[in-house]
Design a protein around this ligand. Structure first.
Ligand code: GRG
Length: 309
């Protein structure tokens, strides 16, 4: 049983799960761990640029998913924190590169100027590269009290999620699809299951691997994550139309301006929201065998369709 702030509840007590309190507690732990993970050393310029984006806020959904899954499966926060930080480093580097003029060309991210707007394109590219390399070093070097075989599996999963079979592959298809008016649902699904879904899946799967779950449970966790990943992207597309720049912390309405194929452009807003809810239902069904231990992951899944940023 997990209490509202994520700590074990006293024996016999079963408090209602409060996601907002849980997220705040976990976000604070992740912020502290990220700050400690990357000291400002020589040459300061690159570390400053890496820290600028890594510590710029954000929901910290990826590390929290990793920590929550590790706990669900009987592991501890300490076992999963280095991987959780690495996942945020990878996510952050993908945002830095995505915002570059050669890609999405964005001026704002997480409510602040984008990395290249502050440090220039050359340093922004290098800051992304630095974070990517450091993520792998950090998992290998900092993970404690976990059998080495599991750490190796985590590193394999991270590499798979980031490379051409994951984020990079999804981004390439996204770039190739720009300006095309006849994008099929299949292509859109490929883009998003790779560009967004692969890393979200890695968060959950790596949390499970660190705790030593069975293959069958890993399958359940993986299907949960694939479903929330797609739902997350559908909601992202809807928010691009319905939310303000202040709510998003980045330029709103960019997909419409770029005439980008999105789920709302294929299905309309109502049907997109209905599809996201269906996916969340399927995701939470996968967690039934975990009983009460799954309450954090279930609450996070439900939050995905109700979020406003
Ligand atoms: C990974 C080597 C490597 C290169 C990067 C640019 C690129 C290749 C991939 C693009 C990946 C990308 C930007 C996907 C979009 C993911 C997404 C929905 C981001 C928004 O995530 P939130 O809402 O943001 O969790 P916060 O700021 O809360 O963390």
């Amino acid at each position: 049983m997990v209490a509202t702030d994520g700590r074990p509840a006293p024996k016999g007590e079963s408090p209602a799960f409060d996601l907002s309190t849980y997220l705040k507690g976990r976000q604070a732990q992740v912020e502290e761990a990220l700050d400690l993970s990357l000291p400002l050393i020589y040459p300061e310029k690159i570390y400053e640029a890496m820290r600028y984006s890594l510590l710029a806020g954000g929901k910290r959904l990826r590390p929290i998913l990793c920590l929550a899954t590790c706990e669900l499966a009987g592991g501890t926060i300490e076992m999963a924190m280095p991987t959780a930080c690495a996942l945020e480093m990878i996510h952050t580097m993908s945002l830095i590169h995505d915002d570059l003029p050669a890609m999405d060309n964005d001026d704002y991210r997480r409510g602040k100027l984008t990395n290249h707007k502050v440090y220039g394109e050359d340093i922004a590219i290098l800051a992304g590269d630095g974070l990517l390399a450091y993520a792998f070093e950090y998992v290998a070097d900092q993970t404690q009290n976990v059998p080495a075989q599991r750490v190796l599996q985590v590193i394999t999963r991270l590499g798979r999620a980031v490379g051409a079979s994951g984020l990079v592959g999804g981004q390439v298809l996204d770039l190739e699809s720009e300006g095309l008016s006849d994008i099929q649902e299949e292509t859109l699904n490929f883009i998003h299951t790779h560009k967004t879904g692969a890393l979200l899946e890695a968060c959950v799967v790596c949390g499970g691997i660190l705790a030593g779950v069975t293959e069958a449970d890993l399958g359940r966790l993986s299907r949960y994550a694939q479903n929330i990943g797609l739902a997350f992207q559908i909601v992202d597309d809807v928010l691009d139309i319905t939310a303000t720049q202040e709510e998003l912390g980045k330029t709103a309405g960019k997909d419409l301006i770029a005439q980008k194929a999105t789920y709302p452009s294929l299905w309309g807003i109502e049907a997109s929201i209905a599809k996201a809810k269906e996916l969340i239902e399927a995701a939470t069904t996968e967690l039934k065998p975990f009983g009460e231990n799954a309450q954090a992951l279930i609450a996070i899944a439900n939050y995905i369709t109700t979020r406003t940023h």
